[in-house]
Design a protein around this ligand. Structure first.
Ligand SMILES: Nc1ncnc2c1ncn2[C@@H]1O[C@H](COP(=O)(O)OP(=O)(O)OP(=O)(O)O)[C@@H](O)[C@H]1O
Ligand SMILES: [Mg+2]
Length: 297
């Protein structure tokens, strides 16, 4: 469904400042996959999503959506395709402060075909219900918590019933509990709609919510893995298979009780996940259950 072929992206505002953000990436994502992209700051994750969305033009190589090279299309065709097929959750806050939650969610329809405008508010309202915000339809972004705002953004990204959802650090400014709730919401959306998800995530453990994960380093894919019920299996570099990284809980911390409460002498929530390594079988094409699912639209 999505195919990147030897893509290079160099930002070159001038010769001295040229940065190669993506350095020869080839990647195929099948319909219905839930792919998590992990990597250090500056490794090229946002650039990769922008390339898939057609927001950034590759310096060389090809980005194909269902065999169509986005950059072979005219401006109008390209933005129509983007609007109809892709939902985008940006890394930075993107709700319009002067619109209510309901109006923000309904907004993408104003750029789409007339046929989709009918019932836009009913659909927006339904989506807000799906993300658990029935009671916040008329709230403005400033009246919502960060987690609630992120739910509105997720609802908005689904408004045009996209086939592809691109999410850039959708949970990075949330506490761990809210992050888990939002990730469970993505899983629910993925299971019920079959939408293909590419999600940039900052924590390795978020890969457990996906069907596959890749790691980026210096603009290249340094590892690719299939996430199974029993853990994460690496298929291409590194040359080891990482099996079931079952969390190993540390022994209970020693408690020190003071007059004002309990003080832990070591952090109580540390989880060690050191996986065992075994030799790698030959790399193989990975298929997923979700990959075979068809889109309902
Ligand atoms: N518009 C731009 N102009 C020039 N350089 C850019 C531009 N956008 C990104 N870069 C550079 O490209 C590299 C990759 O940036 P990118 O935003 O893709 O990283 P990232 O992995 O998303 O990082 P983060 O985790 O911090 O969001 C960085 O070195 C960055 O400075
Ligand atoms: Mg980024």
């Amino acid at each position: 469904m999505i195919s990147l072929k030897d893509v290079v992206k160099t930002y070159a505002p001038n010769k001295e400042l040229a940065v190669t953000a993506i350095n020869g990436v080839s990647l195929d994502v099948e319909r219905g996959e839930f792919l998590v992209i992990i990597g250090r700051s500056g490794s090229g994750k946002t650039t990769l999503l922008n390339l898939v969305a057609g927001l950034t033009k590759p310096t060389s190589g090809e980005v194909l959506l269902e065999s169509v090279n986005l950059w072979s299309l005219g401006d109008r065709e390209q933005s129509l395709l983007r609007n109809q097929k892709i939902g985008f959750i940006f890394q930075f806050p993107s709700l319009l402060p002067s619109l209510t939650a309901l109006e923000n969610v309904a907004l993408p329809t104003s750029f789409g075909p007339e046929s989709k405008k009918d019932g836009a508010y009913a659909r927006a309202s339904h989506l807000l219900e799906t993300v658990g915000l029935t009671d916040k339809l008329n709230a403005y972004p400033r009246q919502l918590s960060a987690g609630q705002q992120q739910r509105v953004v997720i609802a908005r990204s689904l408004m045009n019933q996209p086939e592809i959802l691109l999410a850039d650090e959708a949970t990075s400014n949330l506490d761990e509990e809210t992050e888990k709730e939002i990730m469970a919401l993505f899983q629910k959306i993925h299971a019920s709609t079959g939408v293909t998800i590419l999600m940039v995530a900052h924590s390795t453990y978020l890969a457990d919510y996906a069907t596959r994960s890749i790691r980026m380093a210096n603009g290249a894919i340094s590892a690719s893995s299939k996430v199974t019920g029993s853990g994460t299996v690496y298929s291409s570099p590194p040359t080891t298979v990482v099996t079931a990284p079952a969390p190993v809980l540390p022994p209970p911390p020693e408690k020190l009780t003071t007059g004002s409460g309990t003080v832990y002498s070591s952090p109580p929530t540390t989880v060690a996940t050191a996986p065992a390594s075994v030799p790698l079988p030959p790399p193989e094409k990975l298929t997923t259950r979700a990959g075979k699912r068809r889109i309902r639209s």
